[in-house]
Ligand binder design. Structure first.
Ligand SMILES: Cc1cc2nc3c(=O)[nH]c(=O)nc-3n(C[C@H](O)[C@H](O)[C@H](O)COP(=O)(O)OP(=O)(O)OC[C@H]3O[C@@H](n4cnc5c(N)ncnc54)[C@H](O)[C@@H]3O)c2cc1C
Length: 535
C-alpha cells in the first residue's frame, strides 16, 4: 500500500451531488479528493429523466421544494447553458382524468409564478383541435391540453463538467475507485480506505469526509457508525432511439401518477415508475411488469406507442428521505445536510435526498457546512461561475461543421458536450472520421475522451460521448469504438474483442425487458456478428 495522501476534504460519490460539492469546495480553495466507485454519473444521476425542472407536482404538498428547485434550476441553466435545452410539455386532458381542464389550467397558473425563476415561459391552453394539430399522435378523445416549459440536460455531461472544473481548480478525482472503509480515530473520521481501478488499495487522510453517495449513503454512514435513514424508491424508463413526438407529453398512469415522455437530443425517454426498493443497489433489474405499467398509462394519450421500437431501459433508485405512512409518489424531494458531530461522529458530513434540479444548491449548503467545520471563510461562487464550455459564445454549428469537415449533426452534438471549448477535441488529432452513422460521434472526440476525460472502457464512452446510444445500439460501431479506445489504452487485439463482446452482453441485460419479436431477431444478429468476429 502506498503512503496515505492528505486533503482538506474527501468527497465520496461521483454523482451530480458529489461532483457539485467537489467543484464548489475546490473553487473555495480547499484541497479535495473525489472518489467514485463506478463511472461519473453512473448511479442515480445517469438514470434520471434528464430534467432540470421545478416539479409542479410538488406544489400540492411541498411548495418550498418547487420554489427552491426552480430557483436553483435558474442558476444551473445559466452556468451550463451549452448543455441545456428547452423541453416544452403538452399535458393532454382526457374525459375522467383526475384533473379537468379548468383545474389543470389553475395549477399551471400557480406554476407560472415560479417559471421566471428558471427562465421559462408561462403556460398556454390549447383546444383539442389545436393540440392535435401540433401533436397528431395524441388520442382524438382529448378535451384540450395545457403546455408547460421545463429544461433538459444530459446528466452524464453535467456531472462530468463539475468533475472537470473541480480538477481544473486543484481537486484530485478518481473514478472506478471504491471506498471500502473509513479510517477512524475514536469517534472521529479522519480518512478513507479505497481500492482503485487497478485493484490496488490506498488510504487518504482528510479533515472532513463527505458522504454524497445518494442511495448508498446509509452504507457509507454505517462505516462511520452514523445512522443515515432513507426511503429509497426505484424508477425505470423505456428508451427509444429517436424522437416520437414533437413535444414532451405527460400522461396519467393507472394509479393516477404522472408519467412523461421526453425527447432528449434525438432519443426519447418514457418514464417513470416510483416504487419502494429493498433490493441490491448494485443490481437493479427492470421487470416486464414495470414496462407494461408505463405502456398502459401512455397508450391512453398516445395510442401508437406500442408500435415504436424501444432499444433499452434505465433503472435508478431515488435517495428519498425517510418518511413513514406515505405513498412513494408523495414523498418529499427535500434534502438534508447532516453534520454527524452531534451524534458523536466528528469529521463526517452526509448530504441525502434532493433532486438533480437543485444539485448546485445542495452542494453549496454541504460545502458551507464543511467550511464551518474547517473555519474556512471563502464564499460559494457556483451560482454564477460558468461550467467549462459555457464561458463564452459558441461558433455557429454549421461553421464548425464546415471548418472541421464533419456532418452538421456531429457538430451540434459536439457543442452540446463541449460548448465553447469544442475546438480542443480536434487539437492533437487529425482524424475527423465519424464512428457511427446513426449516432454521429467523431473518432477525435472519443480519442479526446479517452485521453482527457477518464474514459476507461466502452461503458464510460457510452456515458461521456454517447457510443452505442443510437438506433444500432452498438451493432455497427462498438467494435470500431473498442479499436479507438484500445489503441489509446494499449489493449491487445483480444482485449478489444473482449471489451466489445462484454459491452454488447451487458447492454443486452438492459434491453431484454423491451425486446419484442423483431427486437430479439435483431439482437441475435448483432450478437452473432460479434461472436463471428471474435472467434
Ligand atoms: C427514475 C428517476 C428519475 C429521476 N428524474 C429526475 C429528473 O428528471 N430531475 C431531477 O431533478 N431529479 C430526478 N431524479 C432524482 C435525481 O436523479 C437524484 O436525486 C440525483 O441524481 C441524486 O444524485 P446523487 O449524486 O445524490 O446520487 P447518485 O447519482 O446515485 O451518486 C452517488 C454515487 O456514489 C457512488 N458510490 C456509492 N458507494 C460508493 C463507494 N463505496 N465508494 C465510492 N463511490 C460510491 C455511486 O456509484 C454513485 O455514482 C430522478 C431519479 C430517478 C430514480
Amino acid at each position: 500500500m502506498t503512503a496515505p495522501s492528505a486533503h482538506d476534504v474527501c468527497v465520496i460519490g461521483g454523482g451530480v451531488t458529489g461532483a457539485g460539492i467537489a467543484r464548489d469546495l475546490a473553487l473555495r480553495g480547499l484541497s479535495v479528493l473525489l472518489l467514485e466507485k463506478g463511472d461519473w454519473g453512473a448511479g442515480t444521476s445517469g438514470a434520471s429523466s434528464w430534467m432540470i425542472h421545478g416539479g409542479p407536482r410538488y406544489l400540492e404538498f411541498d411548495w418550498d421544494t418547487t420554489r427552491r428547485s426552480c430557483e436553483d434550476a435558474g442558476h444551473i441553466v445559466t452556468i451550463a447553458r451549452h448543455m441545456v435545452y428547452r423541453a416544452v410539455f403538452l399535458i393532454p386532458v382526457l374525459p375522467h382524468d383526475r384533473n379537468n381542464i379548468e383545474r389543470m389550467e389553475t395549477a399551471m397558473e400557480v406554476y407560472d409564478r415560479f417559471q421566471p425563476l428558471k427562465k421559462a415561459h408561462p403556460h398556454r391552453r390549447l383546444t383539442a383541435a389545436e393540440a392535435l394539430q401540433v401533436e397528431p399522435g395524441l388520442t382524438p378523445d382529448l378535451i384540450g391540453a395545457v403546455t408547460m416549459e421545463e429544461w433538459g440536460v444530459d446528466p452524464h455531461r453535467l456531472v462530468y463538467a463539475n468533475v472537470e472544473d473541480a480538477v481544473a481548480h486543484g481537486a484530485r478525482a478518481l473514478n472506478h475507485t471504491r471506498v471500502t472503509d473509513l479510517i477512524r480515530d475514536g469517534g472521529k473520521v479522519i480518512g478513507v480506505r479505497y481500492r482503485g481501478a487497478d485493484g490496488a488499495t490506498a488510504e487518504a487522510r482528510a479533515r472532513v469526509v463527505v458522504n454524497a453517495t445518494g442511495p448508498w449513503s446509509p452504507e457509507i454512514g454505517a462505516m462511520a457508525g452514523a445512522a443515515v435513514q432513507l426511503r429509497p424508491a426505484k424508477g425505470i424508463h423505456i428508451v427509444y432511439p429517436h424522437r416520437i413526438s414533437n413535444f414532451a407529453i405527460s400522461s396519467e398512469s393507472i394509479d393516477g401518477r404522472d408519467l412523461l415522455m421526453v425527447s432528449h437530443a434525438g432519443f426519447t425517454l418514457l418514464g417513470t415508475t416510483d416504487d419502494d426498493f429493498y433490493g441490491d443497489l448494485d443490481s437493479v433489474d427492470v421487470l416486464a411488469d414495470e414496462v407494461d405499467y408505463l405502456l398502459q398509462g401512455f397508450e391512453r394519450v398516445f395510442p401508437a406507442i406500442r408500435s415504436y421500437r424501444p432499444v433499452r431501459t434505465t433503472a435508478g433508485v431515488r435517495p428519498t428521505l425517510f418518511k413513514w405512512r406515505r405513498y412513494e409518489d408523495e414523498l418529499s424531494r427535500r434534502y438534508e445536510v447532516v453534520d454527524h458531530e452531534a451524534e458523536g461522529v466528528d469529521g463526517f458530513v452526509t448530504i441525502a435526498g434532493g433532486k438533480l434540479s437543485m444539485y448546485r444548491l445542495m452542494a453549496e449548503e454541504t460545502s458551507d457546512a464543511v467550511c464551518r467545520k474547517l473555519g474556512h471563510q471563502a464564499l460559494c461562487t457556483t451560482a454564477t461561475k460558468p461550467l467549462p464550455g459555457s464561458e463564452s459564445e459558441m461558433e455557429p454549428a454549421a461553421e464548425l461543421a464546415r471548418r472541421c469537415g464533419i456532418p452538421a449533426l456531429a457538430a451540434i452534438k459536439l457543442q452540446s458536450r463541449h460548448g465553447s471549448r469544442t475546438q480542443r477535441v480536434f487539437d492533437g488529432t487529425a482524424t475527423r472520421r465519424v464512428l457511427c452513422r446513426c449516432e454521429p460521434i467523431t473518432e477525435a472526440e472519443l480519442v479526446y475522451a479517452t485521453r482527457h476525460e477518464q474514459v476507461r472502457g466502452l461503458t464510460d464512452a457510452f456515458r461521456r460521448v454517447g457510443v452505442a446510444a443510437g438506433p444500432c445500439v452498438g451493432a455497427s460501431c462498438v467494435m470500431r469504438a473498442s479499436e479507438v479506445i484500445g489503441r489509446e489504452l494499449g489493449w491487445s487485439a483480444a482485449q478489444r474483442f473482449d471489451a466489445a463482446r462484454e459491452f454488447m452482453h451487458d447492454s443486452w441485460l438492459g434491453r431484454a425487458p423491451v425486446l419484442g419479436h423483431a427486437g430479439w431477431a435483431q439482437e441475435e444478429l448483432a450478437q452473432g456478428a460479434l461472436r463471428g468476429l471474435a472467434y
